[in-house]
Write a protein that binds this ligand. Sequence first.
Ligand code: NAP
Length: 245
Amino acid sequence: MGTNRENSLGGKKVVVLGGTSGIGLATAIAAANEGALVTVVSSNQKKVEEALSMLSAESKGFAADLGDEIQIAELFKNTGEFDHLVFTAGDALEFSELSGLNIEVAKKSINLRFWGAIMAAKHAARFIRKGGSITLTTGALGKKPRKGTVVIAGMASAIDGLTRALAVELAPIRVNAVCAGTVRTNLLSSMPEAEKEVYFKQVGSNLLTGRVGHPNDLAEAYLYLMRGSFTTGQIVVVDGGSLLV
Ligand SMILES: NC(=O)c1ccc[n+]([C@@H]2O[C@H](COP(=O)([O-])OP(=O)(O)OC[C@H]3O[C@@H](n4cnc5c(N)ncnc54)[C@H](OP(=O)(O)O)[C@@H]3O)[C@@H](O)[C@H]2O)c1
């Protein structure tokens, strides 16, 4: 059997929203290594330039606040037509027990990951070519919450539902999501380095894999979902087995 050209990322245009760090950057690099033409987007111009220095010369980058609909609409006018959209943008998240939850802060905290994903899908859809896809990002806490994660777990579950609804709404564009467990990225940048190391070691030692995830572990799942021309409305869990322990 010959290679299915539709399933290859070679020559495909991939836009990674949140592609300048962590899981998004690893996905951008992995897609570029497979011959994709990659565009990375995040809010900080300096981070966009740093990411571009790690990507091939034909890669592109834009700075945009993905919590802002006007900037998102403008962004896709600049990218033009493309094949695959990946949404990994995420800002700092606060764990808080319900009794002390600041509702106004909590409402704002879902703006980027939930509303940003909806706004990106809304404005990107008409630019996505036949055979193209959208891959969102959700978290294992949505399936297995712990104390202090009411907002985070609620948002993750909402993104799971959003993925299925978008798959129905936007078909034949395929829409899927990657559900991440704990991954070693800059997301915990507010935590001192030594404390972060202890945290990752402790979380990792309780996982079936004996370690937390590396962004490259997650990138594999985004690549699979971009290539998988018969896969839509699905959530692929990459969590080191956290749901089973
Ligand atoms: N790491 C984990 O353990 C883990 C677990 C479960 C789920 N996730 C989810 O996976 C996603 C990726 O996280 P990560 O760990 O890869 O984090 P990360 O390394 O901090 O990357 C987040 C990316 O989002 C961008 N971003 C932040 N605010 C933005 C905004 N307003 N507009 C546009 N871009 C923005 C950042 O760039 P700028 O600062 O330049 O904007 C960066 O490129 C997040 O949704 C996160 O919740 C992560």
